[in-house]
Design a protein around this ligand. Structure first.
Ligand SMILES: NC(=O)c1ccc[n+]([C@@H]2O[C@H](COP(=O)([O-])OP(=O)(O)OC[C@H]3O[C@@H](n4cnc5c(N)ncnc54)[C@H](O)[C@@H]3O)[C@@H](O)[C@H]2O)c1
Ligand SMILES: O=C(O)C[C@H](O)C(=O)O
Length: 325
């Protein structure tokens, strides 16, 4: 194991996603089975002790690839030398909270964390925001990190992508691995658009293998509202599946893929205003996300992509108005 360990910072490390994520990172699933890692766990002061408990358990696993763990409530220390930042900790919406309050509270987290990344992270830093509202939190962090290339800030729609694969596989009674070219467009919210008009099963377009009513009235709302359904069933939001999706996102970003979904800064492709961190069909080549180009977008898809992108524009306008970016 000659390679220098890669520093991976996880915020919200004492939370439920953190607990499902850290052990998988330490076992080599985030970056690869031959890449040693150093973990930095960032928490708020009240949760540092719980994060220290998780660090004790990580020690007790004796992972061969884990070369060190630090636990801190200091963002500058946590991101110092980091090459991967998983921003999981966020302020959840509580009863009576308006959207503006939620954005304001998260601006207070993601602005300073973006600045700490800007000032301390390694030159090759890659950032994945999981904490909701993930796309706009990622935008806030990015806007506080002017020295980091903008495209290094991303947000997670891989869980939505995986949910879409699973729903379609069950409907068509095929293994998940037979489905290619699945895409989630837009925001990680109920307006997201899971697209079956480019997805393929057995080399044929998926939308042509299901009836339109199922696609419109069952598939799209089931995928888009799955997060709420999990909360209803479990009494807590998705954790292991969210951690799994974060692993998938970063692994593919670093190691390459020909097609998946990720929320990345728009370059104006497909009419998505430049700069919005929106989900697209993407490939990863040479460690960089690229938006897959040249897809034909029919009227059904256009309407739904536009609605989700409109929501992202509204969120961007709101955080601008609040002075958060
Ligand atoms: N993008 C997605 O697909 C997706 C899926 C599931 C959950 N989420 C979101 O992920 C976030 C975390 O979920 P969870 O279930 O782990 O929540 P959780 O409440 O169990 O844990 C969140 C943790 O973040 C910590 N935290 C809060 N502010 C922090 C800060 N400023 N710095 C560092 N840590 C901080 C809290 O102390 C807590 O330990 C939520 O916003 C949730 O909505 C996103
Ligand atoms: O935390 C939530 O509100 C839901 C979460 O984003 C999910 O998609 O499971």
């Amino acid at each position: 194991m000659a390679q220098t360990p890669v520093k991976v910072t996880v915020t919200g490390a004492a939370g439920q996603i953190g607990y499902a994520l850290l052990f998988r990172i330490a076992s080599g699933q985030l970056l690869g089975a031959d890449v040693p890692v150093k973990l930095s766990l960032l928490e708020i002061p009240q949760a540092v002790k719980a994060a220290e408990g998780t660090a004790m358990e990580l020690d007790d696993c004796a992972f061969p690839l884990l070369s060190g763990i630090e636990v801190t409530d200091d963002a500058n220390k946590a991101f110092d030398g980091a090459s991967v930042a998983l921003l999981v900790g966020a302020r959840p919406r509580t009863a009576g909270m308006e959207r503006g309050d939620l954005l304001q509270a998260n601006g207070g987290i993601f602005g300073p964390q973006g600045k700490a990344i800007n000032d301390n992270a390694a030159d090759d830093i890659r950032v994945l925001v999981v904490g909701n509202p993930a796309n706009t939190n990622s935008l806030i962090a990015q806007q506080h990190a002017p020295d980091v290339p903008a495209e290094r800030f991303t947000a997670m729609t891989r869980l939505d992508h995986n949910r879409a694969l699973s729903q379609l596989a069950a409907k068509l009674q095929v293994p998940v691995a037979e489905i290619k070219k699945m895409t989630i467009w837009g925001n990680h919210s109920a307006t997201q658009y899971p697209d079956l008009f480019h997805a393929e099963v057995g080399g044929k377009i998926a939308a042509e293998q299901v009836d339109e009513a199922w696609l419109r009235d069952t598939f799209i709302p089931t995928v888009a509202k799955r997060g709420a359904a999990i909360i209803e069933a479990r009494g807590a939001s998705s954790a292991a599946s969210a951690a799994n999706a974060a692993i998938d996102h970063v692994f593919d970003w670093v190691n390459g893929t020909e097609w998946t979904s990720a929320a990345i800064p728009s370059d104006g492709s497909y009419g998505v205003p430049e700069g919005l961190i929106s989900s697209f069909p993407v490939a990863s080549r040479d460690g960089k996300w690229e938006i897959i180009q040249g897809l034909e977008i029919d009227a059904f898809s256009r309407e739904r992509i536009d609605a989700s992108v409109r929501e992202l524009e509204e969120e961007r306008a709101a955080v601008r108005e609040l002075g958060l970016i």
